[in-house]
Design a binder for this molecule. Structure first.
Ligand SMILES: C[S@@+](CC[C@H](N)C(=O)[O-])C[C@H]1O[C@@H](n2cnc3c(N)ncnc32)[C@H](O)[C@@H]1O
Length: 259
C-alpha cells in the first residue's frame, strides 16, 4: 500500500547533505556545458529544490529562476550564494511568461510532476527559439531490478518507479510531438555504490524518508524490506559468505531544442 509521500518541507533543512563538497557531479558539468552552448542568459529549473544546480550555473549567468512545490526547499534555496528568483508552483502548470528562457531543465524531479507530457508542453511554451530543454535523472526503464538492491528487497518499489518515471523513449516522443528538434538521450553520470555486508545497513538511502522510493512505502512494507536485508545478512554470516549490496544507476539526460 502506498500511503506515504516524501515530505520535502520536512527534509529540506538536511537535503544539501546529499551534495558533499568533495563530489564533482558529472550531471552538473553536463548542465554547465549546455548552458554555455545555448549562451544562456535566462535559466529555469523546475523542481529546483535547494537550488544546488542553479547556484552552479551562476558561472554562466545571473538570470537564474527556480520553481518548486515545497516552500521548505524554496527557503533553503534562498540561502544559496547566487541570487535566485524563486517561485512556488507545480511542474505541469508553470506560472511564467511564454518565450522567456534559453535553458529549462529539471534534475531528479520529473517523476513527481504526474503528467510528464504536460511538463514538456509547458517547457516548449516557456523557451525562447533555440532554447534547450534538459530532463536529467534516473530511468528505471533502462535499468533492471538488480541494478539497485533496494528494488530487490522492498516490495512494489521497482514497479512503482516504472510507473512514476517516464522512459527516455517516451520523453523524446513527447518532445518531438511538442515541436522540439535535435532530440537525444545520453548517460551523463554513472553512480556506483557498493556496500559489503553489514555496511549496507548504514547506507543513508536506506532511511525511510531519504528517497521517494522508500518514502512511498507504508511502515509495514518498509520494515518487511529491512527485515529481508537483515535476514540475508544473517544467512551470509552463518555461511561465512561475503554479501554485496549494489547500487549502480545511470543518470540520463533527455535533450531537445526549440526551433
Ligand atoms: C529529489 S528533489 C530534487 C531537487 C533538485 N532538483 C536537485 O536535484 O537537488 C525533487 C524536487 O521536486 C520538487 N517537487 C515535487 N513535486 C513537484 C511538483 N509537482 N512541481 C514542482 N516541484 C516538485 C520537490 O519539492 C523537490 O524539491
Amino acid at each position: 500500500m502506498n500511503t506515504h509521500i516524501l515530505n520535502y518541507d520536512q527534509i529540506a533543512p538536511d537535503y544539501n547533505q546529499c551534495y558533499p563538497d568533495s563530489q564533482n557531479w558529472e550531471r552538473g558539468q553536463a548542465l554547465l556545458q549546455l548552458a554555455k552552448q545555448v549562451k544562456a542568459k535566462t535559466i529555469l529549473e523546475v523542481g529546483s529544490g535547494t537550488g544546488y544546480w542553479l547556484n552552479l550555473l551562476g558561472q554562466v549567468t545571473d538570470g537564474l529562476f527556480g520553481l518548486d512545490y515545497s516552500m521548505g526547499m524554496i527557503r533553503q534555496a534562498k540561502g544559496q550564494p547566487a541570487p535566485l528568483k524563486l517561485s512556488r508552483g507545480t511542474g505541469t502548470q508553470l506560472p511564467l511568461r511564454s518565450g522567456t528562457f534559453d535553458l529549462l531543465y529539471c534534475v531528479d524531479a520529473i517523476h513527481h510532476f504526474g503528467d510528464h507530457r504536460a511538463f514538456v508542453a509547458e517547457a516548449f511554451r516557456l523557451l525562447k527559439p533555440n532554447g534547450a530543454l534538459a530532463v536529467i535523472g534516473h530511468d528505471p526503464h533502462a535499468a533492471d531490478e538488480s541494478s539497485w538492491y533496494i528494488y530487490n528487497y522492498f516490495d512494489t518499489v521497482y514497479d512503482t518507479d516504472l510507473r512514476r518515471y517516464p522512459s527516455g523513449k517516451s520523453l523524446l516522443q513527447w518532445m518531438e510531438q511538442e515541436g522540439f528538434k535535435n532530440t537525444s538521450v545520453q548517460t551523463v553520470e554513472h553512480i556506483k555504490n557498493i556496500h559489503v555486508g553489514e555496511a549496507a545497513l548504514k547506507d543513508p538511502f536506506l532511511k525511510h524518508n531519504a528517497t521517494s522510493q522508500l518514502a512511498l512505502l507504508d511502515e509495514e512494507t518498509y520494515q518487511a524490506g529491512m527485515e529481508r536485508i537483515r535476514q540475508t545478512l544473517a544467512e551470509a554470516n552463518a555461511k561465512r559468505e561475503r554479501i554485496v549490496f549494489r547500487s549502480e544507476i545511470d543518470v540520463k539526460m533527455a535533450l531537445g531544442f526549440k526551433p
